[in-house]
Design a protein around this ligand. Structure first.
Ligand SMILES: C[S@@+](CC[C@H](N)C(=O)[O-])C[C@H]1O[C@@H](n2cnc3c(N)ncnc32)[C@H](O)[C@@H]1O
Length: 275
């Protein structure tokens, strides 16, 4: 577990902070981190920003709202989440009406039926995944190695309504966002940008994502891009495992009632940045 050595600042994140810059609950979601980003990111930034392990999109959405979507790239290697973000951007009305059909039919049986259907292409796939994500047990979205969504249904609660106005507003915010579906290593030539890195937690046996990342390979990637970019890194492990040079400041983030660890009252991670 993360020790407090060399920590320059401590932040507390409470899941209950509400934000409209969010579409689904997601394991490792950083929607509650916006006040941290407000504090650590440069007030003015004229270059490009990359959210390379984008997941539910919270950093990319934040960056679009703060710096303008034209300057932002969202990436994730999971085509299911990427397809949702793409259709949030280009077909929000249709996405909403298909979700509403699920809302009307929602039941345990319906959830498991939808789980067997297409989740990764077209607006139908996006609405199917949106429905599953919003009705998964404890908001825990999980994929197996074959990239099949395998969370169970949240019991004894009603399907949440989706507010059309909020959806349209978020869609508007990300209209000019660049959305890609690549492996993170394909971004090693990026320069003069701000790169947010929120990889799947290393050394964590809770397997929520479709793949795991090799720490040595990630560190080689980090060494390559950190010389020519502003880096922000979120992680649960000690900063030492990343061999971070002295140019980084490390802050401790205490997560209260985090989605990742609903069974614990709090967990901790770090946010490190080199500017
Ligand atoms: C901790 S989550 C990111 C959560 C995100 N910041 C949010 O607020 O929702 C890590 C993400 O990395 C993605 N991922 C895993 N391996 C990857 C790879 N090799 N390249 C790109 N993305 C990857 C996973 O699909 C997952 O969405």
């Amino acid at each position: 577990m993360f020790s407090s050595t060399n920590v320059s600042k401590e932040f507390v994140v409470n899941n209950r902070r509400s934000t409209k810059l969010k579409i689904i609950p997601y394991i490792g979601c950083k929607a509650g981190f916006s006040y941290i980003f407000d504090e650590i990111l440069p007030a003015e930034f004229d270059n490009h920003l990359y959210d390379i392990f984008g997941g539910g999109g919270s950093f990319a959405f934040y960056a679009c709202a703060r710096y303008g979507a034209k300057r932002v790239t969202y990436n994730d290697n999971n085509p299911v989440v990427v397809n949702l973000i793409q259709h949030l951007q280009c077909e929000p009305h249709k996405l909403w009406s298909l979700y509403n059909e699920h809302y009307k039919q929602s039941s345990e049986q319906h959830f498991y039926d939808v789980r067997t259907q297409n989740l990764e292409s077209g607006v139908d796939g996006a609405a199917n995944f949106l429905y599953l994500a919003k009705n998964a047990f404890s908001g825990k979205i999980r994929f197996n190695r074959k990239n099949r969504f395998n969370s169970s249904v949240r019991k004894h609660s009603r399907c949440p309504k989706l507010d059309l106005g909020d959806l349209l507003q978020l869609s508007e915010t990300i209209q000019e966002l660049t959305i890609v579906n690549k492996d993170y290593t394909e971004f090693s030539a990026v320069t003069n940008a701000l790169v947010y890195l929120d990889p799947p937690y290393f050394n964590n046996s809770n397997r929520h994502y479709n793949s795991v990342i090799d720490l040595q390979e990630f560190n080689r990637f980090l060494r390559t891009i950190e010389t020519n970019n502003k880096i922000v890194l979120s992680e649960q492990n000690e900063p030492a495992v990343f061999g971070l040079p002295d140019s980084y400041s490390v802050c401790l983030v205490i997560l209260k009632r985090s989605l990742q660890y609903v069974t614990q009252s709090q967990s901790r991670e770090m946010i490190a940045f080199n500017f």
